[in-house]
Design a protein around this ligand. Structure first.
Ligand code: XUL
Length: 524
C-alpha cells in the first residue's frame, strides 16, 4: 500500500495525479498548461504555428521542461515524492521524437544541469510531429500500395495507413530530411520518451500506444517486418523494443532523486497512449461500457473481447493496457471547435451551457452544422470547412445560442455515426475530459446516444490511469478493486436522455449523414 504517481503529457498540458492505495484517496492533482507556463515555446495551444494547416508539430523540449517544472511544483506543494512506490503515465498518441543517440547508452542525467539542456543536443529533429498533423497522405498511399491495399494494413495493424500515425510520419521524415534521418538513431513516441526521461535511459513502447503507429502486428505483439520495410529502410534498429504495458522499464533516474526527493529504486512502469490510459482511469478495462473523452480531440473508445475493425476505415484497434484490445475513434474537431464557437459567440462556458439548455431545444429548430474547423480524420476532411444549414441568422453566425447547440449536436451525431461498428450502443457511457463538466454538452450527448452519461469525479482520467497502472504493476492489485476506489462517477453531473429526444435525433442524424455525404462527395 502506498503512493503511486501518474503523469499525462497531452497536447496542451502536462498533468500529475498521485493516489494513495491505503486510503483510496487522490492526494495530489496538478496540471501545467504549456501555453501559459512556458510561453517561450511559442505554442499557445501546445503546437507550433505553421502556414500549412495540415502540419502540426510541437517542440519536445517544452515537454521536457514541463516535467521538471511540474515535479518542482508538486514538491513545493509539500508532496512527499520519496513515498512514491511506482510511477507510470501516458502521452498524446502518435507523436514522435527523433534522437541522435540511443537513450539506453546514455548512462543517466547529470544532476547539475537542467534536463532540457541535456536533451537539446540529443535531438536529431528539432520538432515532433503530433497527432493533429495531416500532411502524410502521399506516404499513407505509398505504404498501403506496398502492402497490397488498405485491407492488408488493417488486418496487420488494426488501422489503415493514417496521416497522424507514426509510420507515415517517419516515412515523410526519411524522404524529406535524409541527412537528419541518417543521424537519427532512435525514435520514441511521446509516451516512451517521457518514460525515458524519468529513467535516464531507453524505455520500450507499450502495446497500447505502439498500435497507433501502423508498424506493429497486433497478432504478434511486435514490430511487423512488412510494415517496417514499407515505411523506411533501417527502421527496425531505430525503434525501441515493444513491451507489455505492465512491464517495469527502469528505475527513477538519480537526477529526480536528487532534485525532487524520490526514493532511489522507485520503479517506472511502461507509459502508454492517453486514450488507453484513460480506459484504465475510467474503470472501463472490461467490455460492455463505452467511454467518450472530450479533450483537445474527442474520442470514443471501449474495451474489446476480440479485435474487430471499422469497415469505414476511420476507427482503430489498440492494445488494452489491462490485456486484450480496445477500439478507438478520434475526432480532431473536439475542444478546439467548441472553443472556436464559444469565442466567436462571446460565450463563457456557463453561458455556453445555458445557451444549450435554456435558449435552444433538442434538434435546434433544424439548424445544423458540419463542425470542421481544423482538418478532420473522422471522416477525412483535409480542407477545414465549417458549414451551417438552417435559419438565415444561424447561417450568418448571428444566432450564438443556436451555434453553441449546433457544434455539440454535430459532434455527438458524428460520434454516434462513426462508432456504430464497435457494437451495440451501451445504455451507459462514461465521460471524461474538460468538457465533461459542462451540463449542456452532457445533456446533448445523453439525448443523442439515448444513454446515461456518467462523468468521473477525477477530471484527468489519463493521468489517473497512469497511477492505477503503476499500482497494479507494483502491488498486483485487482483492477475492479482499484476502479471501485478511484473511478467513482460524479453523481451531481449524471445526465439522462430527455423524453422524446430519440425521434428528434434519429431525424437529425439522417440529415447530418446526408449533408456530410454531400461534403465528402464534393471533395472526392
Ligand atoms: C487518438 C488521437 C488523439 C490523441 C490526443 O488516436 O490521435 O486522441 O491521443 O492526445
Amino acid at each position: 500500500m502506498g503512493l503511486f504517481l501518474g503523469l499525462d503529457s497531452s497536447t496542451q498540458s502536462l498533468s500529475a495525479i498521485l493516489i494513495d492505495t491505503a486510503t483510496g484517496q487522490v492526494v495530489a492533482d496538478r496540471s501545467l498548461v504549456f501555453g501559459h507556463t512556458l510561453p517561450a515555446y511559442g505554442s499557445p495551444n501546445g503546437f507550433l504555428p505553421n502556414d500549412d494547416p495540415a502540419i502540426k508539430h510541437s517542440d519536445p523540449l517544452m515537454w521536457v521542461e514541463a516535467l521538471d517544472r511540474l515535479l518542482g511544483e508538486l514538491r513545493q506543494d509539500g508532496v512527499d515524492l520519496g513515498a512514491v512506490k511506482g510511477i507510470s503515465g501516458a502521452g498524446q498518441q502518435h507523436g514522435s521524437v527523433y534522437l541522435r543517440q540511443k537513450l539506453g547508452k546514455l548512462g543517466g542525467w547529470s544532476s547539475d544541469t537542467p534536463l532540457v539542456d541535456q536533451v537539446r543536443p540529443l535531438l536529431s529533429r528539432k520538432t515532433a510531429p503530433i497527432w493533429m498533423d495531416a500532411s502524410t497522405s502521399r506516404q499513407c498511399a505509398e505504404i498501403a500500395e506496398v502492402l497490397g491495399g488498405d485491407a492488408e494494413v488493417v488486418s496487420i495493424t488494426g488501422s489503415r495507413a493514417i496521416e497522424r500515425f507514426t509510420g507515415p510520419q517517419i516515412r515523410k521524415f526519411f524522404q524529406q530530411e535524409s541527412a537528419a534521418w541518417a543521424e537519427t538513431q532512435e525514435i520514441h513516441l511521446v509516451s516512451s520518451f517521457m518514460a525515458s526521461l524519468l529513467i535516464g535511459g531507453g524505455a520500450g513502447i507499450d502495446l497500447g500506444d505502439g498500435a497507433g503507429m501502423n508498424l506493429l502486428s497486433l497478432a504478434d505483439a511486435d514490430w511487423s517486418p512488412r510494415m517496417l520495410d514499407a515505411t523506411a529502410p533501417g527502421l527496425r534498429e531505430r525503434l525501441p523494443e515493444v513491451v507489455a504495458s505492465r512491464r517495469q522499464v527502469g528505475e527513477i533516474a538519480r537526477y529526480f532523486v536528487e532534485k525532487y526527493g524520490f526514493s532511489a529504486g522507485t520503479p517506472v512502469i511502461a507509459f502508454t497512449g492517453d486514450n488507453p490510459s484513460s480506459l484504465v482511469g475510467m474503470g472501463a478495462t472490461r467490455p460492455g461500457v463505452a467511454v467518450v473523452s472530450l479533450g483537445t480531440s474527442d474520442t470514443v473508445f471501449a474495451a474489446m473481447a476480440a479485435p474487430r475493425t471499422d469497415p469505414r476505415g476511420c476507427g482503430h484497434v489498440f492494445g488494452n493496457p489491462a490485456g486484450g484490445f480496445m477500439s478507438l475513434i478520434c475526432f480532431a474537431n473536439g475542444s478546439l471547435a467548441r472553443e472556436r464557437i464559444a469565442t466567436e459567440s462571446g460565450l463563457d462556458w456557463d453561458q455556453f451551457s445555458a445557451a444549450i439548455l435554456e435558449r435552444t431545444r433538442p434538434g435546434n429548430a433544424k439548424n445544423l452544422m458540419l463542425p470542421y474547423f481544423v482538418p478532420e480524420m473522422t471522416p477525412k476532411v483535409i480542407e477545414p470547412q465549417p458549414r451551417r444549414f438552417g435559419s438565415p441568422e444561424f447561417v450568418s453566425g448571428k444566432d450564438s445560442a443556436a451555434a453553441a447547440r449546433a457544434v455539440v449536436e454535430a459532434q455527438a451525431l458524428s460520434m454516434r455515426l462513426h462508432s456504430d461498428w464497435i457494437g451495440e450502443v451501451p445504455d451507459t457511457i462514461l465521460v471524461t475530459g474538460g468538457a465533461s463538466r459542462n451540463r449542456g454538452v452532457l445533456q446533448v450527448l445523453a439525448d443523442v446516444f439515448q444513454a446515461e452519461l456518467r462523468p468521473l469525479q477525477v477530471k484527468n482520467s489519463s493521468a489517473l490511469g497512469g497511477a492505477l497502472r503503476a499500482a497494479q504493476a507494483v502491488e498486483g492489485s485487482d483492477w475492479a478493486e482499484l476502479s471501485g476506489h478511484f473511478c467513482a462517477p460524479d453523481a451531481d453531473l449524471v445526465a439522462t436522455p430527455a423524453p422524446g429526444t430519440r425521434a428528434v435525433y434519429d431525424a437529425l442524424g439522417g440529415e447530418f449523414e446526408r449533408r456530410l455525404g454531400e461534403l465528402l462527395a464534393a471533395h472526392r
